[in-house]
Design a protein around this ligand. Structure first.
Ligand SMILES: [Zn+2]
Length: 205
């Protein structure tokens, strides 16, 4: 099987509990001597075998090979990708069966990261995720006062649109948010604005 490592928890001295996103499942598996094998890191795409163990309630993770990314040695890209994965892991905390959208989204990201600015690509991917989950609000109605937003659009957690005065935050130009929400493109934003969007995304999926 193939999957992205969402999280690892060290148990006992050298064992790991590993959470993996595959095409249609989120698996929680037990890896003996996992701490000795440096390749099980969060964000990595791995090839592996699931072994049933009749006595244990948790299945075993065996024969792990890491599939290398082209951006693996770009520290900033790798770090931002891991931040995205960690946010995704929290978001999927209760999930076991899953739509292949999530696996495919991560595959797409890992294919594109080499040639793209990581924050821009990950913000665009996050907006795709919001749309897939029916949580992307393109109508620009303030989530707090429920009135229409004229002019600048401020964004709260999960990119919820609001009036600047309602959430005490500076807004973004409407056209830029429109381009992001409708076409999933960040090209109109300055790097400073991208940092601001990145911070909002980091409040949680
Ligand atoms: Zn409002």
């Amino acid at each position: 099987m193939r999957g992205f490592v969402l999280n690892t928890i060290r148990v006992r001295d050298e064992d790991l509990i590993v959470r993996i996103l595959t095409k249609n499942e989120v698996l929680t598996l037990y890896r003996f001597y996992g701490a000795r094998h440096s390749y099980i890191n969060v964000g990595y795409l791995i090839d592996f075998v699931v072994e049933e163990s009749p006595k244990a309630t948790i299945k075993r993770l065996r024969n792990v090979t890491q599939l290398p990314f082209s951006f693996l040695f770009d520290l900033e890209k790798m770090l931002n990708f891991k931040i995205f994965i960690t946010l995704l892991n929290k978001h999927l905390s209760d999930v076991t069966k899953i739509d292949d959208f999530y696996y495919n989204l991560l595959l797409e990201i890992t294919n594109d990261l080499k040639n793209r600015d990581s924050k821009r690509l990950l913000i665009e991917s996050y907006v795709k995720l919001l749309e897939k989950e029916g949580r992307l609000h393109k109508e620009f109605e303030c989530f707090l006062c429920e009135r229409k937003i004229e002019g600048k659009v401020a964004l709260a957690r999960a990119f919820l649109p609001a009036h600047e005065r309602c959430i005490y935050e500076k807004g973004f130009e409407r056209e830029k948010i429109k381009e992001l929400f409708e076409n999933k493109k960040t090209l109109l934003f300055s790097d400073k604005e991208i940092d601001k969007l990145w911070k909002i995304m980091n409040l949680g999926f």
